[in-house]
Write a protein that binds this ligand. Structure first.
Ligand code: ACM
Length: 650
C-alpha cells in the first residue's frame, strides 16, 4: 500500500468534512439515500471513536473500517478500540458472511444506519452494505469547534440500480496504477460499483499475457499492466465493493493486437500501433479458426485474472472494409448463408460467447452487437441512443445505459443528472422487462485525456451519474446536487487536475460558435481532421454550472475565436483557466467581453510541441454582474484551445 497516497486521500476526505456547513451536514449526503428520517438531536462523539463488531466478518469490512479510520484521523478524530460485542460509539452488524464470493449484480448493498444521542449503529445483510454505510457515516461526520458529531437519523438505504459504473479507456492514453486506484477511491465515495476497464484498442493493448507476450512487447509501447498489477487493482477494487469488468475490444479496434499477431487479421499486414483516432480498418478474421484458438487461450488466461462474471468484448464500430475486400471471407458468407458483414459479426459473437461460457464467463458488448442470433445471455451496453437499451430488455437481456453519460462529450452536470435509464424508450417496457435494465456507466474515452487531466474530466460529472443510479427516481433537484457537489468537490483537490479547483463556477450558458465562420464548425472531440458524428456540431450550447469540467472546444487559428456566453451572477474577480496544447509551438490569445474590450491583455503560452501535453494558462478576470459575452480570441500560434474554465471566485 502506498502510504503517501493513503495520506493524501485521507486529507482530502478531511476536506470533505471541514467544508461541510455543520447545520446542513445532515442533508449533504451524496448520493441521497433512499429513505432517511432526520431527527433534531445529534450524537456527540466523546473521546475516541470506537467500533464494536457483531455478526459476520469479511476482509472488505475490515478494509472499509481502516479507510474510514484514516479519514476520521485526518480530521483529528482519534480511533477508539475495535471490539467484538462490546459497547462502542459505532456498532456494526453484518448478518451474513459471503467471504471469498465473486461480487455480482445480485449482491445486496442495502444497509440501515441509526444514529441517536448515544451512538451509531450500522447493520446490513451483507458486507457490501457495511462498505456503503461506512461511506455514509464518513459523510455525516461533522466537526464544530474541535468537537465531533453525527446528526441523529434513521437511514434505510439501497441502490436503485445494481450496475453503477465508470468506464476508463486506458488504450488511447495509458493510466498509471495510482491513477486507477485514485479513481477507485472516488468511485467508492459515491457508491459506484463497477469499474469497466477498456484495456485494448487500436492505440495499445494494455494487459500482460504470458501466453502471447507479443501483445505487450509489440502492442503496448511499454505501457501496460503486469498481471501482478492487474491482480492488485482487482483486489483494491474489491476492498471497495467495486467489480472490475475488463474490455477487450474485438473484432474491430484491434490494430495494436494485429501489430503483434498480423496473422489474425482480415487483410495482410504488417500493422503498426495507431497514433491517430477514429475508426480503423484492421479487423480480426472471423473465418479463421486460428482467431478462435487464440481467443480461447487468451480469454482462458484472462479468466484467471478477472474474477467478474462479465467480459466486455467491445464489438463497436466494426469497419467492414477488410471483410468486404477479402474474397475468402465473402465466400465464407455465402457458404454459411450469412447475408452481410453484420451477420458475420453476429456469427463471430456467437463463437466468442461459447468460448467465454467455456471459461465460466458471460459476454457484454456495445450496442452494435444487438443483432439476430446474439446469444440470450449476452448483455448490451447502449451508447448510440437509448433504443438499444429497451430493445435488449425486450429480448430478455440485461442492459446498461451509457448514451448521455459520455464524459468526453460536452454534456453538463444537469444533463447527465437528468438522464435516467428508465425514461424514454424504457418507459414502454413491462415491469419485468424494465427490471433487466441493470443501470449505467459514465464513460471516459481518453483520446484527449492524459492522466493529469483525467480527474477534471471524470469528476464531478460521474458523481452526478452515481447519484442518478443510486438514489430514488424522484431525486432530481439539480440545484441541490450542485450544492452537495461543492461539499464533495474538495475530494478532487488531491489530483493536481489542470484547473486545480472548481471549474466554471459561474452559472450560465456557454455558446461555442463556429469560430472562423468558414462552415467548419467547432470540433470538441476529434482533432484529426475527421470531425464527424457526435464529435461535430455547427454550434453547441451547453449549460454551465458549478463544477462542469470544461470542454474540448477545438482547434483554432490566429484570428479565430470561441465565444462563451456567460451569465455572470456576481461582480468579482475570477480565475480564468484555459487549457491548451499545440504541436506548433507557442503564441498568445486574449479574452474579450461583449463590447470588444480586452479583459486579459495578451496571454502568452509556450507549449512543448505535442497535442498530448497540456498547459493551463491562468488570468485574473474582473467580471461585472450581468456581463454576458466572453470571447476567447487567438492572436498568434496554432492551438488546440482544449478547455476553458472559470475557477472559483477570488
Ligand atoms: C464507442 O463509443 N465506440 C463504444
Amino acid at each position: 500500500m502506498n502510504l503517501s497516497r493513503v495520506t493524501s486521500a485521507a486529507v482530502c476526505l478531511a476536506a470533505f468534512v471541514l467544508h461541510a456547513a455543520p447545520a446542513l451536514a445532515q442533508t449533504n449526503l451524496l448520493p441521497v439515500p433512499s429513505k432517511a428520517e432526520w431527527n433534531t438531536g445529534r450524537f456527540k462523539i466523546e473521546g475516541k471513536f470506537g467500533v464494536a463488531f457483531h455478526g459476520a466478518r469479511d476482509p472488505r469490512i475490515t478494509a472499509a473500517i481502516t479507510r474510514w479510520r484514516l479519514s476520521q484521523a485526518a480530521i483529528g478524530l482519534g480511533a477508539g478500540p475495535n471490539r467484538r460485542d462490546k459497547n462502542c460509539s459505532l456498532g456494526i452488524d453484518c448478518y451474513a458472511a459471503v467471504r471469498g464470493q465473486t461480487q455480482s449484480v445480485k449482491d445486496d448493498e442495502s444497509y440501515t444506519l441509526s444514529v441517536d444521542e448515544h451512538g451509531a449503529y450500522l447493520e446490513a445483510p451483507g458486507p457490501l452494505g457495511i462498505v456503503r454505510g461506512l461511506e455514509t457515516v464518513r459523510q455525516l461526520t461533522q466537526v464544530e469547534n474541535g468537537q465531533f458529531y453525527l446528526p441523529t437519523v434513521e437511514i434505510h438505504d439501497k441502490p436503485r440500480f445494481a450496475w453503477r459504473g465508470l468506464m476508463i479507456d486506458v488504450s488511447r492514453h495509458w493510466m498509471p496504477v495510482e491513477t486507477i486506484e485514485r479513481t477507485l477511491d472516488k468511485m467508492s465515495s459515491v457508491k459506484l460499483n463497477v469499474f469497466h476497464w477498456h484495456l485494448s484498442d487500436d492505440q495499445g493493448f494494455r494487459v500482460e499475457s504470458k501466453i502471447f507476450p507479443k501483445i505487450t512487447q509489440i502492442g503496448s509501447e511499454g505501457k501496460f499492466y503486469t498481471q501482478k498489477q492487474i491482480k492488485a487493482i482487482v483486489a483494491y477494487a474489491r476492498d471497495r465493493g467495486i467489480r472490475v469488468v475488463p474490455e477487450f475490444d474485438i473484432p474491430g479496434h484491434t490494430t495494436a493486437l494485429l501489430a503483434a499477431y498480423p496473422e489474425l487479421a482480415s487483410a495482410p499486414g504488417p500493422y503498426s500501433i495507431a497514433h491517430n483516432w477514429g475508426i480503423h480498418t484492421a479487423t480480426l478474421d472471423p473465418t479463421n479458426e486460428r482467431v478462435y484458438d487464440f481467443l480461447d487461450k487468451f480469454f482462458g488466461e484472462m479468466a484467471g485474472l478477472f474474477p467478474d462474471l462479465y467480459v466486455h468484448i467491445g464489438g463497436d464500430e466494426v469497419n467492414g472494409t477488410q471483410w468486404s475486400g477479402n474474397a475468402k471471407i465473402q465466400e465464407f458468407l455465402k457458404a454459411h448463408g450469412l447475408a452481410d458483414n453484420n451477420a458475420l459479426q453476429a456469427y463471430f459473437n456467437g463463437r466468442i460467447s461459447d468460448i467465454l461460457k467455456k471459461h465460466g464467463k458471460s459476454m457484454i458488448g456495445w450496442d452494435e452487437i444487438l443483432a439476430p442470433g446474439l446469444p440470450p445471455s449476452t448483455a448490451v451496453q447502449s451508447w448510440r441512443g437509448k433504443d438499444a437499451l429497451a430493445a435488449a430488455a425486450r429480448e430478455g437481456r440485461f442492459a446498461i445505459l451509457s448514451h448521455g453519460y459520455y464524459l468526453d462529450n460536452p454534456i453538463s452536470v444537469s444533463e447527465m443528472y437528468a438522464n435516467d435509464p428508465a425514461v424514454g424508450p424504457a418507459a414502454t417496457l413491462s415491469a419485468s422487462e424494465r427490471a433487466l435494465i441493470l443501470g449505467g456507466e459514465a464513460c471516459m474515452w481518453t483520446e484527449r485525456v492524459t492522466p493529469a487531466a483525467l480527474d477534471a474530466r471524470v469528476w464531478p460529472r460521474a458523481a452526478a451519474v452515481a447519484e442518478r443510479l443510486w438514489s430514488p427516481m424522484g431525486v432530481t433537484d439539480t440545484d441541490d446536487l450542485a450544492r452537495r457537489l461543492q461539499i464533495w468537490f474538495p475530494l478532487r483537490t488531491e489530483t493536481q487536475a489542470p484547473y486545480g479547483g472548481a471549474a466554471a463556477a459561474i452559472p450560465g450558458t456557454i455558446q461555442i460558435e463556429d469560430y472562423d465562420r468558414g462552415g467548419e464548425g467547432v470540433s470538441y472531440h476529434d482533432f484529426d481532421g475527421v470531425n464527424t458524428g457526435e464529435g461535430y456540431r455547427e454550434e453547441e450550447t451547453v449549460d454551465v454550472e458549478p463544477f462542469d469540467g470544461g470542454f474540448d472546444v477545438g482547434y483554432t487559428r490566429p484570428g479565430q475565436w470561441l465565444k462563451y456566453t456567460v451569465q455572470v451572477q456576481n461582480t468579482g474577480t475570477y480565475d480564468l483557466g484555459v487549457r491548451v496544447s499545440s504541436a506548433e509551438g507557442g503564441g498568445s490569445f486574449h479574452l474579450e467581453d461583449e463590447t470588444g474590450q480586452n479583459l486579459t491583455g495578451s496571454m502568452n503560452v509556450t507549449v512543448t510541441g505535442s497535442w498530448d501535453v497540456y498547459t493551463v494558462v491562468h488570468a485574473s478576470v474582473k467580471l461585472r454582474q450581468g456581463q454576458r459575452v466572453l470571447k476567447l480570441v487567438e492572436d498568434t500560434g496554432g492551438y488546440n484551445l482544449d478547455s476553458m474554465a472559470f475557477t472559483a471566485e477570488k
